[in-house]
Design a binder for this molecule. Structure first.
Ligand SMILES: [Zn+2]
Length: 251
């Protein structure tokens, strides 16, 4: 009995030691392999959609006639888009509150999370209060026959990643078109157009990516619409449909 008992204790100890060793090895492998980064935690069965609310912090973006701020509209719409995609995509937000981020920080975050697509949200703004219309931009990358990098309103500094988007231009144009079709299905002032232009944020993104400008915050009627939660929810729903349709068609 005594002997058996010792043997059993010994076996239990050995099992425990083996299990502990396996756990340590797994922890070590995870630390060495990726530091438990969010990118490593990416869900394999859902696409990763990066939502980028433009501006933030001291960078207010455009301002409406009633004091409406582009940075707030972008964040509101981004949160509604995140909700509209819930259960269908893993959403990564580049910012979740009112703070500033550089173009590089946004692109770096998106690339680190291995986004399947990125949509950056903005409003139009103009000194002409009559100006309005929705625009979806995809990138015209620098280089080749297309000339050097040209900055958008977010950055004037060409960066080291400035050629990454080259390989995604065609896919980005398809994403933009999918969004355009959906956006034009809701009632709003002005149709949505797809345009290609050099955009500093998009240059550095290693995924299909677009910038959506939701109409002009400087247009009085549009500014009111952009403060309307129901309107923003309807907009978020069609954006989500456009994104999901693109992802289905491209898979
Ligand atoms: Zn903007």
């Amino acid at each position: 009995m005594q002997k058996d008992s010792k043997v059993n204790k010994s076996c239990c100890f050995q099992r425990h030691a083996v299990l502990t060793g396996i756990v340590c090895l797994l922890v070590f492998a995870a630390i060495v392999g990726g530091n438990f980064s969010a990118a490593q935690a990416r869900s394999v069965d859902m696409p990763v959609v990066v939502v980028d609310p433009g501006h933030g912090g001291n960078d207010k973006g455009g301002q409406g006639p009633g004091g409406e701020l582009e940075k707030q509209v972008c964040l509101e719409l981004a949160k509604k888009l995140e909700a509209a995609l819930d259960g269908r995509a893993q959403v990564i937000m580049t910012r979740t509150d009112d703070y500033g981020m550089s173009v590089d920080q946004r692109a770096s975050l998106a690339n680190r999370h291995q986004g399947d697509i990125l949509i950056s949200l903005h409003t139009g703004a103009s000194n002409n209060s009559a100006a309005n219309g929705h625009s979806i931009y995809y990138d015209l990358p620098p280089g080749g026959d297309q000339g050097p990098a040209v900055a958008d309103h977010d950055s004037a500094i060409p960066r080291k990643w400035d050629r990454i988007q080259h390989g995604h231009v065609r896919a980005s144009s398809l994403l933009a078109e999918s969004l355009r079709v959906q956006i034009n299905q809701i009632e709003m002032p002005g149709d949505a157009d797809v345009m290609q232009a050099p955009m500093a944020l998009l240059h550095g993104l290693d995924m299909p990516a677009v910038i959506y400008e939701t109409g002009y915050i400087t247009h009085p009627a549009m500014a009111k619409a952009l403060e309307n939660q129901s309107y923003l929810e309807a907009l978020a729903r069609v954006l989500a449909e456009g994104i999901m349709k693109y992802l289905r068609d491209s898979s």
